[in-house]
Design a protein around this ligand. Structure first.
Ligand SMILES: *Cc1c(COP(=O)(O)O)cnc(C)c1O
Length: 433
């Protein structure tokens, strides 16, 4: 299948180019030319399949012909080799716990699948690839963990010194092997600027084969559709129509849900839940898409002022605003409301939500009032990842899962870098030898 660039539909490339590097040197906003439906018989028996079987089936539908079926099954099974349970909260509300992977956030699924595909494509070449990522925390750890030990791939992470949590820093700096952490004396924006400069620098080409692994990559986005199918499989005994509510920032997660629906998953309705960075809820109520500088909130993984998957969502609705509005309802909550939801769910239902999941719960609960429907919201991170906010809000300590405790005991290894692109350039050339 060919992939087209949303910003320039005549620009069509192969899967490998769309996810690794297009001939134009950028990994842009690519979409598959068609979205293949799942087999009707598979969907009828969805409840009988395990997560890994579902993942393999969906991956084969989407990437058939580009990668051997057997390889896709392996990559998909590895990407979701941890539980993603649908857990009842109360009445007709469920949560899909996406935090049982190695870095305790849903980004593990996409990062691990992407790592598998990269490894597959690179295995045929002699060239080494260097993945450069700028991170404010979560993305870097999911990517580093997913690519750890992969043959022919080096990962270089740029993170702002002193601006990620202690635990996040440990997750970035203790892995070793093919992962290098560069601690930049600057902000996240400085890191991102340096990374962009490196991708655009043609004088680096003879030395390193640079690739990005950012969230607009289709190889990271598509695998997130697996767990929507899996949620429905687990709730297959429920006869009422099912609503999916997604706490959103860059809107990759909800876009994967929309793709699952297009492949045949009978999602009754979607809810896009945001913090005060409410660009899409505003769009849904006014029809105007107006990006703004992001504001800082307690659900900081959703602090996005210009959601990069907006144009993908528009493409899925063929640019028809009325269809967009019919399929999705938007809600936004500020920090005070978010904390109130966390307290309410803890006191009444004995369930500890992280601030992102709390926004999902709040939006779903609001939407379902007076409706004869069932709903599931995605819990995108483990509450221990946002332990400070959770403890401050609920007054309870969140035990740290064993996965994370391990990091806390390891020794930090980073290379300090001044906020100067030339130093990054020198480093990349130096280490390519
Ligand atoms: C990345 C992230 C989100 C936002 O997901 P998008 O796909 O960007 O909408 C929500 N919650 C957590 C915990 C995240 O890490």
């Amino acid at each position: 299948m060919q992939y087209y660039n949303i910003n320039q539909p005549t620009d069509k490339v192969s899967l490998k180019e769309a996810i690794m590097q297009s001939p134009k040197g950028v990994t842009g906003l690519y979409m598959p030319e068609t979205i293949p439906p799942m087999d009707a018989s598979f969907m009828q028996n969805l409840g009988q399949y395990h997560l890994q079987e579902i993942a393999g089936e969906a991956a084969k539908k989407m990437f058939h012909g580009d990668v051997e079926d057997r390889v896709l099954e392996d990559i998909a099974a590895h990407a979701v080799d941890f539980a993603i349970p649908a857990v009842p909260i109360h009445d007709n509300i469920y949560t899909l716990e996406l935090f049982h992977g190695p870095t305790l956030a849903f980004k593990d699924v996409g990062a691990r699948f992407m790592a598998g595909l990269f490894e597959h494509f690179i295995a045929r070449e002699r060239k080494e690839v260097n993945i450069l990522v700028a991170t404010s925390g979560d993305t870097g750890s999911a990517v580093a963990c997913a690519f750890l030990g992969k043959q022919g791939i080096k990962v270089t992470i740029l993170y702002p010194s002193g601006k990620v949590s202690k635990l996040q820093e440990k997750q970035l700096t203790t892995l070793g092997q093919n992962i290098t952490a560069l601690e930049v004396n600057g902000t996240f924006d400085d890191c991102q600027r340096m990374a962009k400069q490196a991708f655009a620098d043609s004088t680096l080409k003879p030395y390193v084969n640079l690739t990005s692994a950012n969230s607009i990559n289709f190889a990271r986005l598509f695998p997130q559709s697996f767990y929507y199918f899996h949620a429905f499989a687990q709730l297959s005994k429920i006869t009422k129509p099912l609503v999916c509510c997604v706490p959103s920032g860059n809107f990759g997660n909800i876009t994967a849900g929309l793709i699952a629906k297009r492949m045949g998953l009978p999602v009754h309705h979607f809810i896009a839940a945001t913090n005060q960075n409410d660009i899409i809820p505003q769009y849904l109520s006014s029809g105007d898409f107006t990006p703004k500088p992001s504001v800082t909130t307690i659900s900081n993984a959703m602090d996005v002022g210009n959601p990069s998957n907006f144009s993908r969502m528009q493409a899925l609705f063929n640019g028809v605003y009325a269809d967009f509005k019919t399929a999705i309802t938007g809600y936004a909550f500020n920090d005070e409301q978010t904390r109130k939801i966390m307290r309410q769910v803890y006191q009444q239902h004995d369930y500890v939500l992280d601030p992102h999941g709390a926004i999902g719960y709040g939006a779903l609960q609001h939407y379902l009032q007076g409706k004869d429907l069932t709903g599931i919201f995605l819990e995108t991170a483990h509450p221990a990842k946002f332990g400070d906010v959770v403890e401050d809000t609920l007054g309870v300590e969140v035990p740290m899962p064993e996965n994370l405790q391990r990091y806390a005991r390891l020794e930090k290894k980073s290379i300090l870098l001044e906020n100067d692109y030339d130093l990054l350039r020198d480093f990349l050339i130096e280490t390519s030898r």
